[in-house]
Design a protein around this ligand. Sequence first.
Ligand SMILES: [Zn+2]
Length: 415
Amino acid sequence: MKNYLSIKNLNLDFYKITQESNLERQLDKLPKEIKFCKKCVVSNQRPRIVFDAKGICSACNWFEEKKKIDWSLRKKEFLTLIEKHKKNNGEYDVIVPGSGGKDSGMIAHTLKYKYGMKPLYVTWSPLLYTAVGMRNLQNLYNSGIDGKVFTPDREFQRKISLLGLVYLGNHFEAFGRGQMSYPFHVANELNIKLVMYGENAELEYGGTLKNKDKYGQPIEDFVDLYHKGSSTTELIEEGEKIGLLNKTETNHPSLKYYSLPKKEDLIKKKIEFAWFGYFHNWIPQENFYYAVNNYNFEVNPNGRSEGTYNKYASLDDLTDPLHYYLSYIKFGIGRATSDAAHEIRDGHINREEGIALVKKFDSEKPKVSLDSTLDYLNITEKDLDKITEAFREKRPNLWNKTNKDWELKYAVFKK
Ligand SMILES: [Zn+2]
């Protein structure tokens, strides 16, 4: 089969490009001294997380605060919001963005069957579908949910992925940007005024508490925040410089979907961004049970996802384990840390169990998914190792090189 992504003749020095890139701007903002939360297992290297004087992270503090929430009051607020948006004219009245996962599927299903809304489930296609992810998406449609999928030109997208990997240490840039932006283009084009997401990740996983009392992200803030830092446009410029992209591609029609629509358009149309998790207590495990019972959601057939012990989260994209592995390289925080931290807060496991899980799974380099991922990016494992090497060198506070092998200087299990 012809491999459309041809980069071999460019002779790119991935190590040098990564070393010289300063587009991953989050790295400079991280605290130099590494600390671990005394309650969960997350460290202060997670971008935007805040630790209090007692050494407790903002996500753990948020979970305590959450216990005081009057959910019946929030339920009333929820009913007011959905009544405001119900159109009753045969048109869709809410967009639920997702790619077949348990959380977004549960939301679309609940909005339709419990609250009588007409949701449109909008999917920005995964970079590489997994068989189980595809089945779950179909299972959701079979349960009576309408869906719309956008699949970008894969050759172009693979190039953006590669640029994201080399310049940002995040090949998922080509997924994440589209996943966030595309639903708002659909909202704008189809005049659907409510876009409903799952949880406010900044609260649930540790980040800014800025919007903790808001049911959604104010559009003005959202667009401004989103366009801060590096953008896909910057990656495209770099891609052109190194000869990976040509002039025609820098003017690609799908490019607009990697960025949000104009702020003025969204404000003029009064399009709202809401979190389902503001109105309902957000417990991933319960979402999983809901999805299994209501639309035959299937778990990872391999038993667990690579890099963690969890079997039901983020199953839709075959290249997903690399995304978490890169987070481990850049921040020392892999997928098991994020999963365990959340489950400790939910009371499903204790801190000791969490620490053991982090020790066992966090550092796991993708194996099962590696060949497909490398093939997708059209690089070799050696190229990938050069890129991760350059990122490790950017974090001298985090990594030590001993006998040719890299070791975390600090880990939650090392005390
Ligand atoms: Zn914590």
